[in-house]
Design a protein around this ligand. Sequence first.
Ligand code: HCA
Ligand code: CU
Length: 429
Amino acid sequence: MSATHRFSDYQPRPLEIIDTTLREGQQTSLLHDHYKYCFTRADKEEILRALIIYGVKFVELFAPVVSARERDDFSALKAVRDALITQKGYTFLLAHVRCHPRDVEAALAAGFDGLNFYIGTSPAARDFNHGHDLKTIIAEASALVGDIRRNYPRLCLRFSGEDAFRTREPELFRVYDALAPFVDRLGLPDTVGVATPEHVTQRSAALRDRYPNVALEGHFHDDRGFALVNALAAIRQDVRYLNTTVLGIGERSGITSLTGLLFNLHVDHDYDKLEGYHLRGSYPLNVLVADKLKKLVPSKEPVSLTNRTHTAGVHQNAVLRDVSTYEAHPLDLFGVNECEILLGPLSGWNTIHYFLKEIRYYQLDEATARAITAVFKERVVELTPDTSPEQILVQIAETEFGLARLRPPETARQPVQRLDSRRGERSAA
Ligand code: HCA
Ligand code: CU
């Protein structure tokens, strides 16, 4: 930990995202689809840089004990963070650690700014995970965390009872009463995605009342499709720290999406919570991570191009006259705009695939995208001031690969469409 950047001197903003794309996000099964399994070091560096530029001040990473690879990548990530301090201020790198001295020692030796402790508190975790009863959990965790607090008074410490929503409230209180004196934040993880917004409201309020001097941190899994709405419910109860990942990727169906959350706060006019976040970077950030997963930005992600497509003839006609008829939200402010996709010599085949397919409406498969990218990479370095990378790409796609452009949804017209007398219904004339 650098002496000049201490968490205890940091003035938190109204909403602090603790992004965990590089920890929880790496637990997504989507990384298995293409036999990739984890992000490469270069991927991680790029994602961390993008998160910092986006305005995230807290980034959770795996503890170094998880694997040699994670351990070795950490110094590269620290270098990325350090290089951005002058431009963007300090970003705290937090290690996700079990309540285990080995995890803690390795994280401290590596130079993390804080420790996110977790231990299962639910009956399932007690019986089938670590096998310890509540009394042992409390004794071991408070001895370890208390020790760290005494020896490192300015380190950023959090404690989470894993599976908190399947832990009875009195039992969670017993554990948190013992740990609260030592930590800056208490976590509230819905590990298995069981919580409803009402449950989150009740639990957050109960913790806020019982621990008024400790900040709260939410972590919501999406098994029921509630990760976003649960995060919003927690924020309404003064939960200041929220865990997110880019695109919401994570274990099983993942957690709250970073840009989906900020987008919803904007739509709800909760502007003070958006302090310090570069909203226009939202869509490019989503594209960057989708690209690493060899995917398009998922259609269910609020900040996606899909939300700007119009298929029904009735919609298309109205949108041509006034886009607000079927676009209620300011997606432009979140960078959902073709100008934000930058093509250049560094563009990977996924970006090229994405650009041609989603932005320019060519139909092509992955193999063709790869082949076009190879040609594009050679050609784009000869760029002259009067040609754009896009012109070169389109020329290659059309003349060398014979691709034809489909008509874009906004301008394609159905044979003839009209509104019938029952307003809003579709009928072919
Ligand atoms: C995990 C579980 C976790 C931890 C969350 C936290 C969860 O994958 O180890 O530490 O707050 O969902 O409980 O992600
Ligand atoms: Cu989780």
